[in-house]
Each structure stands twice: as C-alpha cells, then as structure tokens.
Design a protein around this ligand. Structure first.
Ligand SMILES: [Zn+2]
Length: 343
C-alpha cells in the first residue's frame, strides 16, 4: 500500500478515536460499532491495541543534528525549543552524543557546547554514547571503532557522574551493528565490559531526509517549502508507526514497547509537539528506554548481519524467516521532500 493509502487509513482511524474520546464513553462505541459496517473491525483492533501502548523516544547526534553549520546562538535556540517540547509532553527521552561535535574550531572542547548537553541533564533526561565521530562499524576495524567509543565518553561520563548518573546505553551510528556474527559479538562483549547496553530501534524512519529538506529550504529563504516539508513530517511518521504496530502484531501477536529514533534537529525543535501529540492520540504513553527494554520482545533471536541499518523488528523477522509480505507496504518519504535535498 502506498503513502496515500496509509494516510487515508490513519485519518479514518484517527477520526473514530477522536470522536470516541470526545464522547468519553467506551460503551457507546461498543454498542454502535456494528453499525459502522466497514469500520467495526478497525475500531475493535484499534480499541484493543490502544489500551497499553508505550514508546521510548530517543534522539541521536547530540548536541545538535542537521546539515547547516549552526553558531552557538542558534544551537542554543534549537536545544531550548526541542527540550521545551519534550518537557511539555513529559517525555523521559534519551539523547545520544557525538562528542566531536563539542569541539571548537581549534579542536578543543567548547564549554558552551558542553552546556547544551547539561540542559538535557538539567531537565532530568538521560544521555547515551553514539561514539565520538559517528564512525561506521562496517567500514572501521574493530579496535579503531572501540577506541572511538571510549573517546566518545570523555565529557559525557563525568558530566553524568557529577549528578550520580551512569552512562549505560550505546547507539550504533547508522544502526550498523556488524557484517558478521563474530565481529558483532566481539563488539557487544566490549560494550558489556564497559557497562553499556545496545540501544535498539523499532520505529526506524527517514526523518533525517525531512530534516535535511527543512534545513535546506530555510537556508534558501523558502519558507513555503519549509512549511510544506514540516507539514508532511508527522503524517509520514504516523504512517510509519501504523506500519510497525502491524509488524509487531504479526511477529509477537501483540504490540511491544516501541523505541523511536529521531534526531536533535531543527525540524523536531519546531514540530516535536505535533509528533508527541500524534503518539498520544494513538494511545501511547512515553516511557524510558530502560523500561522499553524490559519488554521480553527485546530478547528475541537476532542473527542479522546485513548491510543496512534497519529496525530491530525486521532483524527479528529476518531471523525468524517471516514471509516477504511481512515487509510490504512500508511508507516512503514523499518525492517532493527528497527532491528538495538534491543539490
Ligand atoms: Zn547518528
């Protein structure tokens, strides 16, 4: 099913759920559900599924992500807006840091950029390690990669320790986890020895393409294009969420605790409230990554060693040899968004 089809389904279900919420009486829904001949199955599924949905929201590439060079003032403004949105929805988010982004021009750590990370901790949020320089495990020898991971905790670990917190999660750059099981396992042993757990992702998406188009449009002074990109962002994300909810039900016969990956970029600084309210409308409550990983689904067998950085739902599905139809219908980025990112 294409993008338009998914969006249509999402709108229809969203409408029903909103009407029901407005009435505030579930029995009314159940009594009238059979009358909606084409909708009753949808409503029943939706009703059952929304009872206990949970999602952990994770941000990558801190202190800030994006394709534009940003001075300290705009970096602060981005961080301020993003964290205000996160606070407004009481999201216990985690942000994964690339410490090379803390450097000033001369290569020394810029205390003003470290302050951007402090703001996350001040708000009671958690930080994780995303390696120092965002290296690709598939292109980097293991010892060099591990050295980069340790280099990537030199600021963050003491920053957290000063507040009694421990650095305990690692997110693979590009979600590249290794091209063979030996290297993958060796690196995971290294992580465990240094007190880290892998931070998986279930709701993977191409939000960064929207963010790139948004940044480019703003840089060109094309406010209309920037708005069009941003307006298409959350409907796209909702279609992705619907898709992975379906994957979850097909794989586990239930909806697991989801983990969303997005980035600390200007698009989310400007639209996080809209993104969070989409999750709320679908019945989600926001949880920590730690709580998400208590779901036994995350113990599923995973022998994935492919080239791409894909959702863990598909790693488990590939390991389980699910039929091809399982992967069908994943929503795509609208053409006009991709078009804007081309030079
Ligand atoms: Zn990243």
């Amino acid at each position: 099913m294409g993008q338009a089809g998914w969006a249509g389904q999402v709108r229809r279900v969203g409408l029903v759920v909103r009407v029901v919420s407005a009435l505030g009486v579930s029995l009314v829904l159940l009594a009238f559900a059979p009358a909606f001949a084409t909708l009753d199955t949808w409503v029943a599924t939706e009703w059952q599924a929304t009872a206990g949905r949970e999602v952990a929201i994770t941000f990558d590439d801190l202190p800030i992500a994006g394709v534009l060079p940003r001075d300290i003032e705009t970096s602060r403004e981005l961080t301020r807006k993003l964290l205000a949105g996160v606070a407004a929805y009481h999201v216990p988010a985690i942000g994964f840091v690339n410490e090379d982004k803390l450097n000033a021009a001369g290569g020394t750590v810029d205390p003003q950029r470290v302050d951007l990370l402090r703001r996350w901790l001040d708000q009671g949020l958690e930080l994780g390690n995303h390696a120092y320089s965002h290296p690709d495990l598939h292109l980097t020898p293991l010892d060099a990669f591990e050295a980069d991971v340790l280099k990537g905790e030199r600021v963050t670990r003491p920053l957290m320790a000063a507040r009694g917190l421990t650095l305990r999660f690692f997110r693979h750059p590009f979600l590249h986890t290794g091209r063979d099981l030996e290297k993958r396992a060796a690196f995971e042993r290294f992580l465990a020895e240094h007190g880290y757990r892998v931070a998986p992702v279930t709701i993977d998406n191409d939000e960064y393409i929207f963010a790139r188009a948004y940044d480019y449009s703003a840089a060109r002074g094309d406010a209309a294009a920037a708005r069009r990109v941003a307006d298409a962002y959350v409907p796209y994300m909702e279609a992705k969420v619907v898709f992975f909810e379906r994957n979850s039900r097909e794989l586990f016969d239930r909806e697991i605790r989801q983990v969303l990956l997005v980035h600390a970029n200007m698009l989310n600084a400007d639209r996080f409230g809209e993104l969070a309210s989409m999750f709320e409308r679908r019945g989600y409550r926001f949880i920590s990554l730690e709580r998400a990983l208590l779901d036994p689904a995350f113990q599923s067998a995973d022998t994935f060693v492919g080239t791409s950085g894909i959702t863990w739902l598909h790693r488990w599905a590939l390991t389980k040899k699910m039929a091809k139809t399982f992967y069908a219908g994943e929503p795509e980025v609208p053409g006009f968004v991709t078009e804007i990112t081309k030079p």
